[in-house]
Design a protein around this ligand. Structure first.
Ligand code: MG
Length: 224
C-alpha cells in the first residue's frame, strides 16, 4: 500500500452540511410575511427548483420578473440570516473526519457548485474554513458536475494527483464527476436525496449511511 499523502475533496451541501431546513424556514417565513400558506409538501414539490419557478408555482402564476426578484431577494436574505444565526450544523461524523485527515497531514479542499458568498457563509458559520487551503466554487468553473472540472481544480490546488484523491459526495452527479476525474469516491446517503443503489451505479467505491462509518484506514484502502 502506498502510504503517501491523500488529497481529500469535499462536496458541501448534503455532505458537509445540510441546508435544506434553512431553505424551508426561509420560504416559510417569506410566506408568512406575504400572507400565503406554505407547507412541507410545497417545499418537497419544489426542492431544487430555481426561485422564479417556485414563486410562480406557489404564489402567483403571473408574477413578473421584478416581483420574482423582489421575493427571491427577501428569501435569500432570510436564508442567510438563518445560516448565520447558527441554524447550520456539520453532518454526523464530519468534524471527526476533518480532524483525522488533518492529523494525517492530508490536505483538504472544497469542490462545490455553490456561489462563493454562500460557501464563505457556510464555512464561517460551521467554523471549518481553516481546514481548506483550496476552495473551488461555482464561479471558478465553466462546467458543473458531472463534469470533473471542480474536483480536478481542487486536486490541482492541493498539488495531489487525482488518482491519489478521495471525493466525499451525496449526489449522483457529484459521484460521476469524481469518477470522470479519475478519483475514488465515498458517497453518503444521510440527507437522503439520492438512493445508495444509484450512487453505487454512478461509481462510488463506498456508500455509507453516515460519515461516522468512515475512518482514515477506510480512505487509505480506497486509494490503495
Ligand atoms: Mg451535495
Amino acid at each position: 500500500m502506498n502510504t503517501g499523502k491523500i488529497g481529500i475533496l469535499w462536496d458541501v451541501d448534503g455532505t458537509l452540511v445540510d441546508t435544506a431546513e434553512q431553505h424551508f424556514l426561509a420560504w416559510e417565513q417569506l410566506s408568512t410575511e406575504i400572507g400565503h400558506p406554505f407547507t412541507r409538501a410545497d417545499f418537497a414539490r419544489t426542492f431544487g427548483w430555481r426561485n422564479p419557478e417556485i414563486i410562480r408555482t406557489l404564489y402567483d402564476a403571473n408574477a413578473d420578473d421584478a416581483k420574482c426578484e423582489r421575493l427571491a431577494l427577501r428569501k435569500e436574505t432570510l436564508y442567510r440570516d438563518s445560516v448565520m444565526s447558527g441554524g447550520t450544523k456539520l453532518l454526523p461524523g464530519v468534524k471527526a473526519l476533518l480532524d483525522a485527515f488533518e492529523a494525517e497531514g492530508w490536505p483538504q479542499a472544497v469542490g462545490s457548485s455553490a456561489p462563493r458568498e454562500n460557501l464563505n457563509l457556510l464555512l464561517g458559520a460551521t467554523g471549518t474554513r481553516d481546514y481548506f487551503p483550496t476552495i473551488v466554487c461555482g464561479e471558478d468553473v465553466t462546467r458543473g458536475k458531472p463534469d470533473p472540472e471542480v474536483f480536478l481544480k481542487g486536486a490541482a490546488g492541493l498539488g495531489i494527483a487525482p488518482t491519489r484523491c478521495v471525493v466525499f459526495e451525496d449526489a449522483v452527479a457529484g459521484v460521476q464527476a469524481a469518477k470522470a476525474g479519475g478519483m475514488a469516491c465515498i458517497a453518503v446517503t444521510f440527507v437522503g436525496h439520492h438512493p445508495a443503489e444509484k450512487l453505487r451505479e454512478a461509481g462510488a467505491g463506498l456508500v455509507v449511511a453516515t460519515l461516522e462509518e468512515v475512518t482514515v484506514e477506510v480512505v487509505q484502502r480506497l486509494v490503495g
